[in-house]
Each structure stands twice: as structure tokens, then as C-alpha cells.
Design a protein around this ligand. Structure first.
Ligand SMILES: C[S@@+](CC[C@H](N)C(=O)[O-])C[C@H]1O[C@@H](n2cnc3c(N)ncnc32)[C@H](O)[C@@H]1O
Length: 217
């Protein structure tokens, strides 16, 4: 591998915090990007990455290759149940104050939506429960998918049929989450490695403010 390509990978890795375990695929995707951008070679691509704006664009262009998007509804049920218990106890202790939750690295949204479904289910136990969930990810295409709230078979495989009927509208190919769940969750692009900047931005942006508060709890 050329030293320029090696340095491109190192730069992308330090910008995202990701370790590339599918290096050959990432290298092949970079070669495609070099052609798409009309650049001469890997050294030119390395120079291209030196601008923060262009680096951001490249992370998006490479996102489906450099990140692992794997997620599905109710992926880690024990963790979700523990989280719901904690949220209910907090809602009870704070007597109706909204609970703010951050799903960091939320991919296509299944994790925050799973939590929202379980919280809706727990309304009988805690009718006053008020909550908001923010999902963040550096992969903006994944967040776009999340905002639509449409999902098909495989990712729904652990959702019991009665919950599918209660929270999803049927469709020919995909099921769409009902608005009462979707409205609880918002999605914001953010690189976790920019945490100090996120914190500063959080003071101006309610969605990130709630996220940072949730993280600090
Ligand atoms: C394997 S998915 C996990 C999704 C979900 N949390 C779950 O457990 O089902 C990991 C996600 O983390 C995101 N990610 C990785 N590094 C990140 C970073 N530095 N900042 C923000 N998101 C990141 C990826 O884009 C990917 O969507």
C-alpha cells in the first residue's frame, strides 16, 4: 500500500475514531472516490482531506464502508429493560419533569425507537412520564433512514407481533412507525469525537442540550 493511502486511512481513522477492520473494502472505496472526484492519485486525495469541510464530505461518502451500521429493534433487551426501569424511577422521583435520553451512535434509529416503544408501553405504570430521545450518528444517510421511520422484516424480527400491530402501520414492503413514537425521537448528526464542540453547541440547540444532559446523568 502506498504511504499516501496509509496516511489517508490514518487521517480518516483519527477523525472518526474508527478502526477499519475491512481495510481492503475501504481502500477500494477510496480508489473509487479518487476517480469520482477527478483526482490524480492517492497523494491528491490526501491533500483533499486536509480541508475540514472536504473531510466531512468524505466521511459521509465513505460512511457505508467505514462504519458498521448493524442494528435492529430490541437488539439488547436486558439493557433496554434496565434503561426503562431507570427512566421510570427517575420520572417518578422528578414528578413529571421530562426525562432526556441520548442514543449515541444510533445508526438507522432502531435503538432509540425500541426505547420509545417500551416507554410508551410503560405508560400504564407511569402515566405522567414525559421524555424525549435524541439519536446522534456521524453517518447522515443512516439518520435520514431513521427519520423516515420505515422498516422491513429482518430488523423487526425481535418485535413481538402485538407490538408491531400497535406501533407500526402496515405497508406493502415496509412497516412505518406511528407518529406518536416518531415524534418522541429526533436525529442530529454528530461525531462523538467532537464532544467538547457538541457540549458548546448543546447550549444553543435544545436537541443537543437534552442529549448532553442525558449523558451527564
Ligand atoms: C453498530 S452501530 C450500533 C447502533 C445502535 N447503537 C445499536 O446498538 O443497535 C454503530 C454506529 O456508531 C456510529 N459511529 C461510529 N463512530 C462514531 C463517531 N465517532 N461518532 C458518531 N457516530 C459514530 C456508526 O456510524 C454506526 O451507525
Amino acid at each position: 500500500m502506498s504511504s499516501s493511502l496509509e496516511r489517508c486511512l490514518a487521517l480518516l481513522s483519527s477523525h472518526t475514531g474508527l478502526v477499519f477492520d475491512r481495510r481492503e473494502q475501504v481502500e477500494a472505496r477510496i480508489q473509487t472516490r479518487i476517480v469520482e472526484l477527478g483526482l490524480d492519485n492517492e497523494a491528491a486525495y490526501l491533500h483533499h482531506l486536509s480541508s475540514p469541510d472536504r473531510m466531512r464530505d468524505e466521511v459521509q461518502a465513505l460512511a457505508s464502508t467505514i462504519t458498521i451500521r448493524e442494528t435492529y429493534f430490541f437488539r439488547d433487551q436486558d439493557q433496554l429493560s434496565a434503561m426503562v426501569g431507570w427512566i421510570l424511577s427517575r420520572a417518578h422521583a422528578e414528578r413529571g419533569e421530562p426525562v432526556m435520553i441520548w442514543s449515541a451512535g444510533c445508526s438507522t434509529g432502531e435503538e432509540p425507537y425500541s426505547l420509545a416503544i417500551l416507554l410508551e408501553e410503560s405508560r400504564t405504570l407511569s402515566p405522567v412520564l414525559e421524555y424525549k430521545i435524541v439519536g446522534t450518528d456521524l453517518d447522515e444517510a443512516a439518520l435520514e433512514h431513521a427519520r423516515k421511520g420505515c422498516y422491513s422484516g429482518r430488523t423487526l424480527r425481535h418485535v413481538p407481533p402485538e407490538l408491531q400491530d400497535r406501533y407500526f402501520e402496515p405497508g406493502p414492503k415496509e412497516r412505518r412507525l406511528m407518529d406518536r413514537v416518531r415524534s418522541r425521537v429526533s436525529f442530529v448528526p454528530a461525531n462523538l469525537l467532537n464532544y467538547p464542540r457538541l457540549k458548546a453547541r448543546g447550549s444553543r440547540d435544545w436537541r443537543l442540550k437534552v442529549a448532553i444532559q442525558a449523558e451527564a446523568c
